[in-house]
Design a protein around this ligand. Structure first.
Ligand code: GLV
Ligand code: MN
Ligand code: MN
Ligand code: MN
Length: 413
């Protein structure tokens, strides 16, 4: 007969397989960008899952989805979750693993308390943050930014996608918006795949996130002039695409210059106008992303890149406009949370080590308002934002076990 650990593990893996069918792509990934049809479908499935297990489901004004277990009337909540939205042709695990792990962990803890008659100090709430990815609507981490007061609700609701559809309209379309203010939080816990390959390289199951890399993200617009690609003499061109291409290369060269710092840079999205054969581009929009574990390195790199703008403007005869899209600094997570999860990992016999997060997470916002625990499980080959994203089932299940114990402890204050 299967033991209860095996049964619990199978339930997690079965639910993960079910969840992975929403927005499933031919290449084994998912495409469920924020407030898309697939996002609406998975949110309805998740609401049903939560309600079937006794959670009350509420949506706030920016589409964050909460599953609340109010066991101690009026007490604040230990909040746990991540995000169900994905990148286009994204992986199945990024965010979705954390939401499902949180739901299972909270359910297990509540069952445990019901059986033992225990009363915790805090309530439990699971959260699916809206638009963590920021691919359809900028910026990323939108839902948790509004919840933590870092972004105005109105600014979030009026953000629009490439078709001009606003967050407000898109959330109404999928009927995932409410007037709930969100639970008052006493603590936050999130688990996520690493999205890099350091845990796998070291043969370690659990990453205890102790700090975050800094990130500077910019929306750049290169302004040129539309003209004929054949008949316009070279000296008369104001080629926005040439300016944009020079920026792509400058960003890469900068990362190479700071290789040991380290510095990661990318231009990751381009909109070319009018994007037509035989037309020199009039305007190119692009998204620039700079990251480093060292704040001084990032600030210096940022200055050096901006200093190159003038040379690019001259060479391509264009103008470059730069607007900050999103940024966060190098910062520590709560040492008590790292210690707590370290002790719990030890008690479960799980190998662990401290790790910095390179990618942004909703926990980066939450850690500024409440004690926060952030956990990683390994990503095979470090692949992420790719349909090939994969985490071994044993690591998936180990992470849920550790999150369960973490919630139990956090809820006792
Ligand atoms: C968000 O996930 C980011 O890393 O920017
Ligand atoms: Mn994520
Ligand atoms: Mn992501
Ligand atoms: Mn992320």
């Amino acid at each position: 007969m299967a033991n209860s650990k095996d049964v619990d593990d199978q339930l997690v893996l079965q639910d993960f397989a079910t969840l992975s069918q929403f927005g499933a792509t031919a290449g084994g990934g998912v495409d469920r960008q924020a407030a898309s049809v697939a996002d609406g479908q998975q949110r309805r499935w998740f609401s049903d899952w939560l309600q079937d297990r006794g959670f009350r489901v509420e949506f706030d004004r920016v589409g964050n989805q909460f599953g609340l277990l109010e066991l101690v009337p009026g007490a604040p909540y230990v909040l746990t979750g991540s995000h169900l939205d994905s990148q286009p042709l994204g992986g199945r695990y990024d965010g979705a693993y954390g939401v499902l792990a949180s739901a299972h962990a909270a359910h297990r803890v509540a069952k445990r308390w019901a059986e033992s008659g225990e009363t915790p100090k805090y309530n439990l709430a699971v959260v699916n943050w809206f638009n963590e990815e920021g691919c359809r609507f900028k910026p990323s981490m939108m839902g948790s930014s509004v919840y933590t007061g870092k972004m105005e609700l109105e600014a979030a609701l009026s953000s629009f996608d490439r078709a001009g559809i606003t967050v407000r309209d898109a959330l109404n379309d999928i009927e995932c918006v409410g007037s709930f203010d969100g639970p008052s939080a006493a603590a936050y816990a999130e688990i996520h795949i690493e999205q890099g390959r350091s845990l796998e390289n070291d043969g370690i199951t659990i990453g205890l996130v102790d700090s975050t890399w800094a990130a500077h993200k910019y929306q750049l617009v290169v302004h040129g002039a539309q003209s004929h690609t054949g008949s316009t003499i070279m000296a008369d061109r104001h080629d926005a695409l040439l300016g944009a291409s020079m920026l792509v290369l400058a960003a890469r060269e900068l990362a190479d210059d700071f290789a040991s710092a380290p510095l990661h840079t990318s231009v990751s999205q381009m909109n070319i106008e009018p994007n037509s054969p035989v037309v020199v581009a009039r305007e190119v929009g692009l998204h620039l992303d700079l990251r480093s574990p060292n704040q001084e390195t990032l600030d210096l790199a940022d200055q050096r890149l901006s200093a190159r703008f003038e040379e690019i403007e001259k060479r391509a005869q264009v103008k470059i406009e730069k607007v900050t899209a999103h940024s966060w600094g190098v910062a520590n997570f709560h040492p008590d949370g790292v210690k707590l999860s370290m002790n719990l990992a030890d008690s479960l016999g799980l190998s662990h080590r401290e790790i910095m997060t390179v990618a942004g997470h909703d926990s980066v916002n939450m850690k500024d308002v409440v004690p926060t625990v952030m956990l990683f499980v390994p990503s095979v080959d470090g692949i992420s934002h790719n349909e090939g994203e994969f985490t071994q089932d044993s690591d998936v299940c180990a992470g849920v076990d550790l999150l369960t114990e973490t919630l139990d402890r956090l809820a006792h204050g």
